[in-house]
Design a protein around this ligand. Structure first.
Ligand SMILES: Cc1cc2nc3c(=O)[nH]c(=O)nc-3n(C[C@H](O)[C@H](O)[C@H](O)COP(=O)(O)OP(=O)(O)OC[C@H]3O[C@@H](n4cnc5c(N)ncnc54)[C@H](O)[C@@H]3O)c2cc1C
Length: 371
């Protein structure tokens, strides 16, 4: 056996799981398709360290976030930015939640929530914003997080293959044989006892190529705009709840803000019906025309906060966002954890948000995998 564990996908989840096993003295190999780790969804996201507020339609997800929040802040103290004010605004009349309901929800999950200062309230259009609340929510610096994880993997002696694609996994006597195509097109075959498929939007590519049934997943091609916000709100993050609204959050790794819009951030969506074995996600990701929806986002958001008209567009972060179909209805963010799916020892993992990583570790332990 070449390795005890081979982890496929060097996003935050794959890195975390690699370190977890290496610290238990397992020989671990991490294989990442890009030439650097954390270059896909773990970088192309809104960098919000969730503290529950986002999920009034799924109290379980909100409560899990409340538990993970302090743990993540403590573990990644150097990668978390907290020196800004975070406001949650209640949109009306299109909103699905009233100010009263939002306050009650915050009380229920024990999340701090009080009336926002007048200067913020004065920036909003009272015809469309029913109430403004000050809350406690932070942002993570994805570049700092990557550097921290790289340091931790090096200390834990995790081996890495970058620019290498895991093409398939198959059973070979009582082990798993893993086929890796390296950047020079040469192929490496390695054996292991456990493979963790942490490839997020590409999960079904590996499953289908390995003869395992695909997992029903929904994908969206998303655009997150990166903007320079006006001075008045430079030290703020603003989320308008809960409907076809928008969110402006500090994006620490670029020193700017990200701008997402429920209506315009998803450009199109699809289900993994045939399993994605043909790499459809990646072809779509590489080939799509990338016509920005920034103007539509700006115009709509300025109806709620006119000052947002003055945002200066810098660039867009494009990513395939993958969620479980059931999250469509209740906006929940459970993890997907499929142990021994398709082959004994092949485990697939998908986290709906960065701090879900703690739920994944709990699931590994509950299943007694590799210990
Ligand atoms: C638009 C958007 C906004 C979001 N906002 C937030 C937010 O504010 N807060 C939050 O907590 N979460 C947010 N999320 C969710 C969060 O980004 C994800 O939960 C998290 O990044 C998933 O991490 P991962 O390691 O599973 O995926 P990734 O970071 O995508 O890692 C998967 C890796 O697998 C590699 N890979 C794929 N196939 C192969 C293969 N065959 N062989 C080798 N390598 C392979 C890829 O190159 C990639 O690096 C957002 C996501 C999106 C898309």
């Amino acid at each position: 056996m070449d390795y005890d564990v081979i982890v496929v996908g060097g996003g935050f989840f794959g890195m975390y799981i690699s370190e977890y096993f290496a610290r238990k003295n397992r020989r671990v190999l991490l294989v990442e398709r890009e030439t650097e780790c954390m270059r896909r969804a773990s970088y192309h996201n809104q960098a919000r360290v969730h503290n529950g507020y986002h999920y009034p339609r799924s109290v379980l997800t909100a409560l899990r976030s409340r538990i993970s929040f302090p743990r993540f802040i403590e573990e990644y103290n150097d990668c978390v930015v907290s020196d800004f004010q975070k406001f949650y605004l209640i949109g009306s009349p299109l909103g699905k939640i009233s100010a009263y309901q939002f306050q009650k929800f915050c009380e229920r999950i024990g999340a701090p929530c009080e009336a926002a200062p007048n200067w913020l309230r004065r920036l909003t259009n009272p015809h469309f914003i029913e109430a403004c609340f000050s809350t406690v929510e932070y942002a993570f610096d994805a570049s700092a997080l990557r550097d921290t994880m790289l340091r931790r993997l090096s200390i834990a002696s995790v081996e890495m293959r970058l620019g290498a694609v895991v093409e398939n996994v198959r059973q070979e006597s009582n082990l798993l044989a893993v086929t890796i195509r390296k950047s020079d097109s040469s192929v490496e075959e390695l054996t292991t006892a456990h493979v963790f498929n942490c490839t997020y939007s590409n999960i079904n590519f590996l499953l289908s190529n390995s003869g395992a049934a695909p997992i029903p997943l929904k994908h969206e091609m998303t655009e997150m705009c990166v903007v320079e916000v006006p001075d008045e709100i430079r030290q703020s993050g603003i989320t308008v709840m809960c409907g076809p609204f928008f969110s402006v959050m500090p994006f620490p790794s670029l020193g700017l803000h990200t701008f997402s819009h429920v209506r315009y951030t998803p450009h199109y969506e699809w289900m993994d019906e045939r399993g994605g074995a043909d790499g459809a996600q990646n072809r779509l990701f590489d080939a799509q025309p990338r016509a920005s929806a920034w103007e539509a986002m700006r115009k709509d958001a300025a109806r709620y906060i006119p000052l947002l008209n003055e945002c200066r567009y810098s660039q867009s972060l494009w990513e395939v966002k993958t969620v479980l179909p059931r999250s469509e209805t209740d906006d929940s963010r459970p993890i997907l954890f499929r142990a021994n799916h398709g082959l004994p020892g092949l485990h697939s993992v998908l986290g709906g948000k960065i701090d879900n990583v703690y739920d994944v570790v709990a699931a590994i332990e509950a299943n007694g995998i590799g210990l």
